[in-house]
Ligand binder design. Sequence first.
Ligand SMILES: Nc1ncnc2c1ncn2[C@@H]1O[C@H](COP(=O)(O)OP(=O)(O)OP(=O)(O)O)[C@@H](O)[C@H]1O
Length: 234
Amino acid sequence: MVDVTTSESPSDASLHAGGACLRAVDLACRRGERRLFSGLNLQLQPGRLIWLRADNGRGKTSLLRLLAGLAAPESGDVLLADRPVRKAAALGLRPVYIGHANGLKEDLSAAETLTFMARLHGRSTGQGGAAVPAALTRMGMASRIDAPVRTLSQGQRRRVALARLALEDAPLPWILDEPYDALDSAGIGALDGLLGEHLARGGSAILTSHQPLAATAPPAQTVWLGRNGVEERS
Ligand SMILES: Nc1ncnc2c1ncn2[C@@H]1O[C@H](COP(=O)(O)OP(=O)(O)OP(=O)(O)O)[C@@H](O)[C@H]1O
C-alpha cells in the first residue's frame, strides 16, 4: 500500500489533526470490457497531497470517481475515516470532488452559480451570502462576480468552479481532476494557496495534472497508476 506518512494505524490516522483518512483497499476497476487496474491500495492521510499520474486513458478519472464514492468498484473498498465512503456520505463525511467538467449554469452569474453549487453540496455561503464574493475574489474573479457564466473564458470558468473550494472549511479529502486545466499562473497560484491552507488545517487532497506542479504547490507525493495499482516515484 502506498502510505504517504507514517506507521499510524488507519483509525489513528483518521483522527489525526481532525482530518479524515481516505483509503482504497484492494481496489479493482473495470470500464466496459477492459479492466483498468486491480489490487490497488492507496492511503491519503490528513495534511497530505498526492499527485496522481498516468498516461491518457490509464484510469485516473475512473480512480478519482471511485475515491469520491461516485462510482462503485468492481471489487475492493474505499474507506473514509474507516467507513465505506458511500455510507460515510450519509453522516456528512463526503470528499469534495471537482471533476474536469466545471458543471456551471450558463445562464446564471458567477456568484449565482457558485451559490447554487454551495447549496447543492450543503455548504454555507455565510451571512447574507457574503462568502460567495469572497470566494470568487480569492480566485481572482472579483471583477466578474455578476458576469453571466456564458460570457466567461475557459480559465475564468475553471476559476469559478474552483472557488467552491474557498467555501470548504472541513478537513475532508479534496479530489480534483485536472484542476489546473486552463488556469494561468495567477489562477494556479490562487488554487495552490487554497490547497496549502486546506492541508494546514488537516485536510488532504489528491489531484491529477499532466503538467508538472508549479513551485507554488504544496509538497506532493507523486504516485503513478498502473494495471497492478499505484507505485510511488519521485
Ligand atoms: N463510460 C465508459 N465506458 C467504457 N469505457 C470507458 C468509459 N469511460 C471511460 N472509459 C475508458 O476507461 C479508460 C480510462 O478512462 P479515464 O477517463 O479514467 O482515464 P484517464 O487516465 O483519466 O485519462 P486522461 O488522462 O485522458 O484524462 C479509457 O480507456 C476510457 O476509454
